[in-house]
Ligand binder design. Structure first.
Ligand SMILES: Cc1cc2nc3c(=O)[nH]c(=O)nc-3n(C[C@H](O)[C@H](O)[C@H](O)COP(=O)(O)OP(=O)(O)OC[C@H]3O[C@@H](n4cnc5c(N)ncnc54)[C@H](O)[C@@H]3O)c2cc1C
Length: 382
C-alpha cells in the first residue's frame, strides 16, 4: 500500500497540470498520478487540435483562456518545454443571422480586456485574401490566440511534476476506498491500494464511468470528434488563423498543410475511427465554397478523439464533490480542456490545499451546480 496526500486519476493534460501546480504550491506534498495507458493511445490530449482562444461567450471561460494564454506564451521559458505555440489567431465568420450574437460576445470579451476585433468582410480578406466573403456580415477575430502541440504541453507538465517528486503509477483506478462519508484512497487494477486524503478524478472521457460505478454519477458522456489533414492545391498566402465557417466547419494551418473538422451530431461512444467519406460529403464542399484555393486538395489522413461532454451546459465540472468528502472532480471539458489546463491546474491545486481557487475564479463551474442548476451554457463550442 502506498500513502500520498493527493492521488490524481488520469495523467492527461489536466491531471498533469494539477499535479505540477500542487507541487509548485507545496513542494513537500506527496502526489501520485495514476495513468492506465502511459502510451496515451486513446487519450484526448494528444488527439486535440491544440487551439486556444479568448473568444468565448461566458465570462468564466474568457478568464480561464486569458490566464492560460499567458502561461502558454511563456511555457518554454517557465516550464522548459517547447510547445510550438503559434499565435495566428482565431476567426469566427458570421452571416447576417449570427451577427448579433457575435457582436454580443465581442462586447463581453472587450469588457473583460480581450483585444477581440469585429471585422468587415473587406478586413477579413486582409487577413485571408483567398476567402470568399460575399455572404458574410463580418467576423470576430482574436488576434494573438493560436494553437500549440498538445502532447508537448502534457509532457512538459508531467516531466516537471515528476522532477518535483510526483509518483507516476502505470495502473488503472478501479474503485474508491471509502470510510465514513469520505474518500480515503483508490483501489487499482493491479490489486494495490493508494491511500490519499484527497482524490482527483481527471480521467477525461473515462472519468464519469468510474464515478458512476462508485455511486457518484456525473452527466458527462464520450463524444467522438474527427479531424482531417489535407494538402491544399494552392497554399494560403498568409498564416491562417483557426477559422470557423458559419456552418461550424473549422480549418487552420498545420505547417504546410491544413487541418479541418466539424462537431457533427453523434451518439455518445468511444469510437475512434475516422471516415474519409464524412470529409468528402460534409467538410470538403464547405471548404471549397469558402476558400476556392481548397477546391483542389488531397486528403492525407485523419484521426478521431473523444470529447468528455458535460451534457447540461458543455462546461467543465470542477472542484469538490458535495456528497463525498475528499473527492475532487475535473471532468466535462467538452472540447476546451487543453486551452484551460493551466488555469484549471492552479485553481484545483488551490481548492485542494487552500479550500478555494484564488488565482482564477473557477467557482461558476462547481460540481455543486448539478444541484443548483446554475448552468454556464457556452455557445461558442467548436
Ligand atoms: C478531436 C479533438 C480536438 C480537440 N481540440 C481542442 C482544442 O483545439 N483546444 C482545446 O482546448 N481542447 C481541445 N480538445 C479537448 C481536449 O483535448 C481535452 O479537453 C483535454 O485533452 C482533456 O484532458 P484530460 O486530461 O481531461 O483528458 P485525457 O487526455 O483523455 O486524459 C485522461 C487520462 O485519464 C486516464 N484514465 C482514465 N480513467 C482512468 C482510470 N480509471 N485509471 C487510470 N487512468 C485513467 C486515461 O487513460 C487518459 O490518459 C479536443 C479534443 C478532441 C478529441
Amino acid at each position: 500500500m502506498t500513502k500520498v496526500d493527493v492521488a490524481i486519476i488520469g495523467g492527461g493534460v489536466i491531471g498533469a497540470s494539477i499535479a505540477w501546480h500542487l507541487l509548485e504550491l507545496k513542494p513537500d506534498l506527496a502526489v501520485a498520478i495514476i495513468e492506465k495507458d502511459p502510451s496515451y493511445q486513446e487519450s484526448s490530449t494528444p488527439r486535440s487540435a491544440g487551439g486556444i482562444r479568448r473568444l468565448f461567450t461566458k465570462e468564466v471561460h474568457i478568464r480561464l483562456s486569458q490566464y492560460s494564454l499567458e502561461i502558454y506564451r511563456n511555457f518554454s521559458r517557465t516550464l522548459g518545454q517547447e510547445i510550438s505555440f503559434r499565435p495566428y489567431g482565431y476567426l469566427f465568420l458570421a452571416r447576417k443571422e449570427s451577427w448579433p450574437s457575435l457582436k454580443a460576445a465581442h462586447d463581453l470579451q472587450r469588457s473583460l480586456g480581450v483585444t477581440a476585433e469585429l471585422l468587415s468582410p473587406a478586413q477579413i480578406r486582409e487577413i485571408i485574401p483567398e476567402l470568399k466573403v460575399d455572404d458574410l456580415e463580418g467576423g470576430l477575430y482574436g488576434r494573438g490566440d493560436g494553437y500549440m502541440d498538445p502532447y508537448a504541453v502534457m509532457q512538459g507538465y508531467l516531466r516537471r511534476a515528476k522532477e518535483k517528486g510526483a509518483l507516476y503509477l502505470e495502473d488503472e483506478a478501479t474503485s474508491f476506498v471509502l470510510e465514513g462519508g469520505s474518500i480515503r484512497g483508490v483501489g487499482l487494477a493491479s490489486g494495490k491500494e493508494i491511500q490519499a486524503s484527497a482524490v482527483v478524478n481527471a480521467g477525461g472521457a473515462w472519468g464519469a464511468d468510474l464515478s458512476r460505478r462508485m455511486g457518484y454519477p456525473l452527466p458527462v458522456v464520450p463524444l467522438p470528434r474527427q479531424v482531417f489533414v489535407l494538402q491544399p492545391g494552392i497554399p494560403f498566402q498568409n498564416h491562417l488563423p483557426l477559422t470557423i465557417d458559419p456552418t461550424g466547419v473549422y480549418f487552420r494551418e498545420e505547417g504546410q498543410k491544413i487541418i479541418a473538422g466539424y462537431s457533427e451530431e453523434r451518439e455518445p461512444s468511444f469510437e475512434l475511427t475516422w471516415d474519409p467519406r464524412f470529409f468528402e460529403e460534409h467538410i470538403w464542399p464547405v471548404l471549397a465554397e469558402r476558400a476556392p484555393n481548397l477546391e483542389a486538395l488531397r486528403l492525407e489522413r485523419g484521426w478521431a478523439g473523444i470529447y468528455d461532454d458535460h451534457i447540461h451546459d458543455h462546461s467543465a465540472l470542477l472542484g469538490p464533490h458535495p456528497e463525498l468528502q475528499g473527492y475532487y472532480v475535473a471532468l466535462g471539458f467538452s472540447g476546451h480542456g487543453l486551452q484551460h489546463a493551466p488555469a484549471v491546474g492552479i485553481g484545483m491545486a488551490e481548492w485542494i490545499l487552500r479550500g478555494a481557487p484564488q488565482t482564477v475564479d473557477l467557482t461558476p463551474l462547481t460540481v455543486e451546480r448539478l444541484w443548483t442548476k446554475n448552468w454556464v451554457r457556452e455557445e461558442a463550442i467548436v
